[in-house]
Design a protein around this ligand. Structure first.
Ligand SMILES: [Zn+2]
Length: 241
C-alpha cells in the first residue's frame, strides 16, 4: 500500500515537472520533512524568488493586461480517476478541457485539494482549495485555484471526489469552477510542492465556493495539513480581472 502511494506520488510529480531526487531514502512531507526542509528536495523551494503560494493584497493589484487573460473551455465530459497521491486527493483527467492564454492552449491534467487554502486574500486563509493544473505542449504550467469556505451549500464536485477516492470517475471539470469564472487574480509563481518549479501562471478565482462542514471535514480526513505557507512576493505584480 505504502509503495503504491509513493509510486503514484512520484508519477504525479513527473507529470508536472522534473523531480529533484538528491534526497535518497527520504521523501518530502508536511511534517518532519516539511516546507522549511523542502530545499533539500528541490533547490528552487529554498532559493526561488517567485514562489507560491502568496498573500494577495487586493488594494495593491493592477488591472490585468489583455494578453494574460484566460479563455476557459473546461465544459468537457471526461473520464478520470480519483487517487490519493500521498500528499493530496487528486483527480487525474483523461481528456478534459483547457485554458487558453495569449494564443497558447494549456490542457487540464489533474486537480487536487489542499486541507486549507494555500493562497491568502488580504491575509485570509480559506477552508479548502482546489488547484486545477494545466500544461501546454511546450511543458509550461498554468494553475487555476478555486477557494472554498464552509457554508450551508454543499459542493457537488467535492462530494463526488470524496465519494470516489481510489475509483474511476466521470466528470465535467467545469462543475468545479465558480459561475463567475471571468473574475480572478493573476500572478507568476511556482508549484507549491517540491521541486517548486517556477514560471507557473497562477489564476485565483475571486468567487469563493461553498462546501459544507461535513465535506470540509471529509476532505481533511485524508489530508488536513497539506498546505505550504505563503511566500515572499519579491516585487511581483498581481493583476486583477
Ligand atoms: Zn496544489
Amino acid at each position: 500500500m505504502r509503495k503504491s502511494i509513493l509510486a503514484l506520488s512520484f508519477a504525479a510529480l513527473l507529470s508536472v515537472g522534473s523531480y529533484a531526487s538528491e534526497h535518497q531514502g527520504a521523501h518530502w512531507d508536511y511534517d518532519a520533512h516539511g516546507p522549511s526542509h523542502w530545499g533539500e528536495f528541490g533547490e528552487t523551494c529554498a532559493k526561488g524568488a517567485a514562489q507560491s503560494p502568496i498573500n494577495i493584497l487586493t488594494n495593491q493589484t493592477a488591472a490585468i493586461e489583455t494578453s494574460k487573460a484566460i479563455a476557459l473551455t473546461e465544459a468537457v465530459q471526461t473520464k478520470g480517476a480519483v487517487v490519493d497521491n500521498g500528499h493530496a486527493i487528486q483527480v487525474n483527467i483523461d481528456n478534459g478541457g483547457k485554458l487558453t492564454v495569449d494564443g497558447t492552449d494549456y490542457k487540464l491534467l489533474q486537480f487536487h485539494f489542499h486541507g486549507k487554502s494555500e493562497e491568502m486574500i488580504d491575509g485570509k486563509q480559506y477552508d479548502l482549495v482546489a488547484h486545477m493544473v494545466h500544461k501546454s505542449d511546450a511543458g509550461n504550467l498554468a494553475v487555476i485555484a478555486v477557494l472554498f469556505e464552509e457554508g450551508k451549500t454543499a459542493n457537488k464536485m467535492v462530494q463526488k471526489v470524496i465519494d470516489n477516492v481510489g475509483k474511476p470517475i466521470e466528470i465535467n471539470p467545469n462543475d468545479l469552477l465558480p459561475k463567475q469564472s471571468d473574475h480572478y487574480f493573476h500572478f507568476m509563481g511556482s508549484l507549491t510542492t517540491p521541486p517548486c518549479s517556477e514560471n507557473v501562471k497562477w489564476y485565483v478565482m475571486k468567487e469563493v465556493q461553498s462546501a459544507t462542514k461535513a465535506q470540509v471535514e471529509a476532505m481533511r480526513k485524508f489530508y488536513a495539513n497539506n498546505y505550504r505557507p505563503v511566500q515572499p512576493l519579491n516585487g511581483r505584480k498581481i493583476e486583477s480581472k
